[in-house]
Write a protein that binds this ligand. Structure first.
Ligand SMILES: O=P(O)(O)OC[C@@H](O)[C@H]1O[C@@H](OP(=O)(O)O)[C@@H](O)[C@@H](O)[C@@H]1O
Ligand SMILES: [Mg+2]
Ligand SMILES: [Zn+2]
Length: 175
């Protein structure tokens, strides 16, 4: 199967150092909804793996998080596409969970969901932890320059990282 995994904040929607704490703060990056719709219509399964420590920190509720994801699904559906499995880590950095990136637990959960292999699967992120999670399971690290991507790039990334301006550019490369 043609599986593509996306990070959420900084890739699909704008990120904030103050976290994305409400549906109103969840604002798609220009071209990202269209990119997901085009990819899914071209036969790609587009899954999402996102750290959401704001839950553990008490910044927003699971209901609010689910409302953001319902909004994403509705926007993509309105363009004739669909969003696949969304996995999130609600834990804080000190909880030692297996799912928080840079650990690859969410990527493995997505692979399990689809009974798919992760080797070479593109995982598109904006943070170092996204790229490390990909490398940990033999997936292809892909960095976009949106969100924290420019800062991540400035700090240096592994030589096999693919780099794109944004998710729309990733979609153009795959379709
Ligand atoms: O990029 P993804 O994984 O979709 O989501 C990242 C968010 O959960 C938040 O992750 C936080 O990191 P800490 O969880 O506090 O280390 C900060 O980077 C926030 O700016 C960011 O909004
Ligand atoms: Mg991110
Ligand atoms: Zn977790």
């Amino acid at each position: 199967m043609k599986l593509l995994i996306l990070d959420r904040d900084g890739v699909i929607n704008h990120d904030s150092d103050a976290y994305i704490k409400s549906l109103e703060e969840w604002i798609p990056i220009a071209g990202s909804v269209e990119a997901i719709a085009q990819l899914s219509k071209a036969g790609w399964t587009v899954a999402v793996a996102t750290n959401q420590s704001g839950i553990a920190r008490g910044y927003y509720s699971l209901e609010t998080l689910e409302a953001m994801h319902a909004r994403l699904r509705a926007l993509v559906a309105a363009q004739g596409g669909e969003v696949g499995h969304i996995v999130y880590c609600p834990h804080g950095p000190d909880e030692g969970c297996a799912c928080r990136k840079p650990k690859p637990g969410m990527l493995r959960a997505i692979a399990e969901h689809y009974q798919a292999e992760l080797a070479g699967v593109w995982f598109v992120g904006d943070s170092k932890g996204d790229l490390e999670a990909a490398l940990a399971v033999g997936a292809q690290p892909v960095l976009v320059k949106t969100g924290k991507g420019e800062k991540t790039l400035d700090k240096g990334v592994s030589q096999d990282t693919l780099i794109f301006d944004d998710l729309a550019a990733v979609a153009r490369a795959l379709i």
